[in-house]
Ligand binder design. Structure first.
Ligand code: URA
Length: 234
């Protein structure tokens, strides 16, 4: 197995991060620094990352978390804010988040120790549709809906076509369901800002066909075998 994949599948980090660790000279094979990401790890090789011996493939764990507001999507925080790692702290494996949700965004976040799957799901080349329910200020006119669907400039980047539909609307606010493929920083908030609405609440309800369903905020569930196979097949 290629070295970067071997490190990622041991569940210590994503494949991208593994590439960085290799390039930085933090990986040793049988005592010697190895900088070739494509090195073919053989049976009996001792792979040491940051001084720690890596044991081949560990058990893979895949969970769906309902992230509450006020948690950062990171494993630790230098400002001591609550992290999503705390939501799965009773799981012995070290799970890391697949992609990111803003501090104030709630909803579906996948967490896993399968670095290879995490890498593939977040790679810009094959990003999957992610669906959000947004409560926004004011009315979203047909013209605005059309712009959101077609793509809007969110500051040096034009979004690709989105699926957008109104769930309900009154004079003061609108609930919109929006599905986007990319994952630019604060993308949904920026898209609405670009057309003149402010996002007041934002919840992610699905990643591809994996749905949040009825789960309390702060809780998690293990993904079903079917969901795992589905994600691997994307
Ligand atoms: N878009 C946003 O604006 N925020 C998120 O957390 C996710 C998508």
């Amino acid at each position: 197995m290629r070295l970067n994949k071997y490190i990622a599948s041991a569940g210590i980090c994503s494949r991208r991060k593994a590439d960085e660790l290799i390039a930085a000279g933090n990986v040793k094979i049988n005592g010697a620094v190895m900088r070739e990401m494509g090195y073919d790890v053989e049976e009996g090789d001792r792979v040491v990352v940051n001084g720690r011996l890596i044991e081949g493939e560990g058990e893979k764990v895949y969970v769906a978390v309902n992230k509450p507001k006020g948690y950062i999507t990171s494993m630790d925080d230098d400002r001591d804010r609550a992290t999503v790692a705390e939501l799965v702290s009773d799981i012995p494996e070290r799970l890391f988040p697949v992609g990111r949700l803003d501090y104030n965004t709630t909803g579906l976040l996948l967490m896993t120790n399968d670095g290879d799957l995490a890498y593939r799901l977040t790679h810009p080349k094959h990003e999957v549709f992610k669906t959000y329910v947004a409560l926004v200020s004011g009315i979203v006119s047909d013209a605005r809906l059309a712009r959101l669907r077609k793509g809007v400039d969110i500051g040096g980047f034009v979004t690709s076509p989105a699926r957008v539909k109104i769930v309900r609307q009154n004079q003061r606010s609108t609930v919109v369901e929006i599905s986007i493929r990319e994952g630019k920083n604060r993308q949904v908030r920026k898209m609405f800002k670009a057309v003149g609405n402010t996002v007041l609440e934002l919840e992610r309800v699905a990643i591809g066909d994996v749905r949040l369903g009825h789960m309390q905020q702060g809780h998690y569930r293990k993904l079903t075998r079917r969901e795992i196979e589905y994600l691997k097949g994307l």
